[in-house]
Design a protein around this ligand. Structure first.
Ligand code: FES
Length: 143
């Protein structure tokens, strides 16, 4: 009787562990596929600091800030200056993605220019942008 209940306990514990591990793996797997790859850089109350080496030779770079759930897109405007775009759709808050030369909301189809200006609704406003200044070593995104 004691052996049987101990054996039952061990089986149940093993099954619970297997279910828990499977759940954790699923979370990791979904995190890996649901969120776009983005680098994390130094951040403080003043802004987010991106080393120039990280953007060298690139026209865009996706970065993450602790301030937002969705990433920021660093890109250059028509004057060649860096600008940071929050990839948060102003319609209902979905994460906007890069598609060819546009930024597109996968939820309801709003479209934005490569620098965040509204091209097509249902969103009624452009994406939020933040100024970016450059030093000799880094870009600084000011919030
Ligand atoms: S949430 Fe982006 S278009 Fe609706």
């Amino acid at each position: 009787m004691v052996k049987s209940s101990r054996r039952t306990f061990v089986r149940q514990a093993a099954m619970i562990s297997a279910v828990c591990c499977a759940g954790k793996l699923a979370v990791f797997a979904s995190c890996g596929t649901a969120r776009p790859a983005a680098a994390t850089f130094t951040e403080d109350d003043q802004g987010l600091y991106v080393p120039l080496a990280a953007v060298e030779g690139k026209s865009t770079l996706t970065v993450r800030s602790r301030r937002f759930d969705e990433p920021l897109l660093l890109t250059r405007n028509s004057s060649g200056d860096w600008v940071a775009i929050r990839l948060h759709c102003p319609h209902k808050g979905c994460t906007v993605v890069q598609r060819e030369d546009k930024l597109v909301c996968p939820c309801h189809g709003s479209q934005f220019s490569a620098t965040g200006e509204l091209l097509k609704g249902p969103a009624r406003q452009s994406l939020t942008t933040f100024p970016v200044s450059a030093t000799d070593k880094q870009l600084v995104i000011r919030f």
